[in-house]
Design a protein around this ligand. Structure first.
Ligand code: TXA
Ligand code: MG
Length: 321
């Protein structure tokens, strides 16, 4: 049975001030973003950051993204977190932030080894969710955060998903889940590596490689096998049920009928007519398949355009065994 919000009124809050106090005291805040919920700690308190890895069950060499606030002039202060960020970083910061874009840049002195797993680069992003903007602005520093799910599982897009996944591992005395409603985009941010020339997209998201290329007026390498961000394992974003991919509706029905003939409980998912909704609902759809006790979910793949690229990527990982 999924835990209901009502079971954890102590852990879930809409009070930003309480969340800021938790960050300052070295606790964990599950925070809403426009992509997915993140599990945040003060990026400058190594012990707090280490607890993120414990709660997630994530290997400590998988680096975390640093989330930064905008200042009063609605500018982001990269100084300290990054060093020698290339001109493309400034262009993308001015046009895409706040928003679903993470940039990999050379790290600066404020960025610790716990956050980057000892790498010379750091992933930085400014999320646009209003509650989290407020949280970051009031906190005033950077917070390190991965998605707020157990390692290898489907990312959370509601506070309830977070409670379901890690509620039992959080401590009501020192941690909190900040409820900002369902994430509007629903898939993780685009990651672009600006330390290579040309820049390379390491993870597809709502902001496409074509959009980035137009903004930085340069070629941008699309996601490719070996250069993908560390920690991007093939078997990621997995529900418990088997996920089968189909190229169109007809193929999906054939696959579903074949599975039924083997006595399996099968669901069919086709949101290809509305890709923003497909992305927003993707992880909730995968969780629902498990909650319904399905053995197999057959999913129609969207065309590889716009956010369809990101949806195909996540579905490919959900289907990998
Ligand atoms: O939308 C998002 O990006 C969400 C929200 C919470 O901001 N965060 C998120 O974080 O998806 P996470 O940790 O689940 O995925 C970030 C990916 C990981 O695969 C990590 O290995 C990679 O980014 N990454 C982060 N910093 C990196 C670095 N310095 N070098 C290479 N890969 C990095
Ligand atoms: Mg993740």
């Amino acid at each position: 049975m999924p835990i209901d919000h009502a079971d954890r009124p102590d852990l879930v809050t809409r009070d930003v001030g309480r969340a800021v106090a938790v960050l300052r005291a070295g606790g964990l805040v599950a925070m809403p973003t426009e992509t997915v919920y993140g599990l945040a700690a003060d990026a400058e308190q190594p012990d707090a950051v280490r607890r993120i890895f414990e709660v997630k069950g994530r290997p400590v060499d998988h680096p975390l993204i640093v989330h930064l606030p905008l200042d009063a002039a609605r500018r982001v202060d990269l100084d300290g977190w990054a060093s020698g960020a290339p001109p493309a970083a400034r262009v993308l910061a001015a046009t895409c932030w706040p928003g679903p874009l993470t940039m990999l840049v050379p790290r600066g002195p404020r960025t610790s080894d716990v956050v980057t797993g000892g790498r010379p680069t750091v992933g930085i992003r400014v999320p646009s969710h209003p509650l989290t903007q407020l949280l970051l602005a009031q906190f005033g520093g950077g917070v390190a955060a991965p998605s707020a799910n157990r390692f290898g599982r489907v990312s959370p897009t509601t506070a309830l998903h977070v409670v379901d996944d890690i509620g039992d591992l959080l401590d009501v005395e020192r941690d909190v889940v900040l409820d900002g409603g369902p994430s509007g985009i629903g898939v993780e941010s685009t990651i672009v590596d600006l330390t290579v020339d040309p820049p390379q997209v390491l993870r597809a998201g709502a902001i496409t490689a074509e959009q980035i290329a137009a903004l930085v007026e340069s070629e941008v390498a699309p996601v490719s096998g070996p250069a993908r961000a560390s920690g991007m394992l093939d078997a990621h974003y997995q529900p418990a049920c088997r996920v089968t991919l189909a190229s169109d509706r007809r193929a999906a029905h054939a696959a579903a009928n074949a599975a039924r003939a083997h006595g399996r409980r099968v669901g069919l998912l086709d949101r290809t007519h509305d890709l923003p909704t497909a992305a927003r609902e993707l992880y909730a759809d995968l969780r629902r398949a498990d909650a319904q006790g399905l053995d197999e979910l057959v999913v129609v793949l969207p065309a590889p355009r716009g956010i369809g690229v990101a949806i195909r990527d996540r579905l490919g990982k959900a289907a990998a065994r």
